[in-house]
Design a protein around this ligand. Structure first.
Ligand SMILES: Cc1cc2nc3c(=O)[nH]c(=O)nc-3n(C[C@H](O)[C@H](O)[C@H](O)COP(=O)(O)OP(=O)(O)OC[C@H]3O[C@@H](n4cnc5c(N)ncnc54)[C@H](O)[C@@H]3O)c2cc1C
Length: 330
């Protein structure tokens, strides 16, 4: 077991968040012979941690689980003395200094500060989980077995010919259900869990999306959900409050984000898109909300950034950011 890393006063790069994107950013900085600090709450807070099998990761033809892939990335990071990997640690704030960014975080029950000439935001996002009877854990066993999926671009290839129950009621959920049509499932039903579909949408949006649901034969079931079953059969069985039951090959959670980790990027003046993602240029430089111009030395990578939320993109954006910082600032 490796000992605790020594915290330096200054690093070339500080990376906030050590999921797939943040670990890759730290590794790339070290490969380019620069020092990096990675500040991370812990792998179990990465979106992929509970994914049992991911099929789109090069080099793993039989798939690999999210936590096994994170383990590989952590091992690679720990092999470099130039990287301080601080975990479990929680980033609290970041502010500009004369020559970079001062970062404050909690580690080993103490408040610590360090400094980076460049700062990479890799805090990811947190999925909203369906609450049944006030608890969110009812669905976890189905999610952990990959019977209920969360990522359309990661798992859409599993849906052809399948019956699918999509969880959600709002415009995001309806658009997700419509997007799933492209993967040719046998049928799709929208499960709105006691809420009127498109309740918060303006009338024009409600009319347009309602018509699209009808056009694609997507039925809506509005009864509240009281539990799930059929896990032994590897199916998504749904029990409703009125005593009825539905059985699907797959479930899909289209509930959007519980947390988009906006506090630190907002405090640094970042621009956000409609979904709460940080807006960057193609080198992952964060754009200032006030001017639309890149904020010098500030990068955002992975799911926190506006883009496709999947691991190859997390890696690619980390590479882009560090190569740009290396060429420009380091
Ligand atoms: C169920 C599921 C299955 C998926 N399957 C696939 C798949 O098959 N293929 C694929 O390519 N993608 C898949 N994804 C998407 C993939 O998990 C994400 O795209 C990827 O994790 C994004 O990497 P990231 O580093 O941006 O964020 P994350 O991996 O989520 O990492 C964010 C990190 O930030 C840390 N953090 C957050 N706040 C703080 C703080 N204040 N201080 C310090 N650290 C903090 C967390 O501890 C976490 O480690 C899946 C997602 C889910 C939910």
């Amino acid at each position: 077991m490796p000992g605790f890393p020594r915290l330096r006063e200054r690093y070339d790069v500080v990376v906030l968040g050590g999921g797939h994107a943040g670990l890759q950013a730290g590794l790339k900085a070290a490969l380019l012979e620069h020092t990096a600090a990675i500040v991370d709450r812990g792998p179990k807070y990465s979106r992929s941690y509970y994914s049992p099998r991911m099929d789109n990761i090069p080099g793993f033809p039989d798939g690999i689980s999210g936590h096994a892939l994170l383990d590989h990335q952590i091992t690679a990071v720990r092999a470099h003395d130039a990287i301080g990997y601080f975990t479990p640690a929680r980033a609290i704030s970041a502010e500009r200094s004369d020559d970079g960014f001062r970062v404050t975080f909690e580690w080993l029950k103490q408040t610590q500060t360090t400094h980076g000439r460049a700062l990479v935001l890799a805090l990811g996002v947190v999925d909203r989980i369906l609450s049944v009877g006030g608890e969110i854990d009812a669905i976890f066993p189905w999610a952990n077995q990959g019977i209920v999926d969360f990522c359309i671009i990661c798992d859409g290839h599993l849906f052809p010919g399948k019956t699918v129950g999509v969880l959600g009621h709002d415009a995001f959920a309806v658009r997700t259900a419509l997007d799933l049509v492209h993967f040719h499932p046998a049928s799709i039903e929208l499960l709105t869990h006691g809420i009127s579909p498109l309740e918060e949408s303006p009338p024009e949006e409600r009319a347009a999306l309602g018509a699209a649901l009808a056009e694609h034969g997507i039925a809506v079931r509005s009864e509240p959900i009281v539990g799930f079953d059929e896990i032994r059969e590897k199916r998504f069985g749904v029990k409703f409050a009125d005593g009825s039951h539905a059985s699907y090959d797959k479930g899909f959670s289209a509930l959007g984000w519980y947390d988009t980790h906006t506090a630190i990027p907002r405090s640094l003046g970042a621009r956000f898109d409609r979904e709460g993602s940080v807006v960057t240029d193609e080198d992952c430089r964060v754009l200032a909300d006030a001017t639309g111009e890149p904020i010098p030395g500030l990068y955002c990578v992975g799911d926190l950034r506006n883009g496709w939320n999947q691991i190859p993109e997390a890696w690619a954006t980390a590479e882009r950011a560090i190569i740009h910082a290396w060429a420009q600032y380091l």
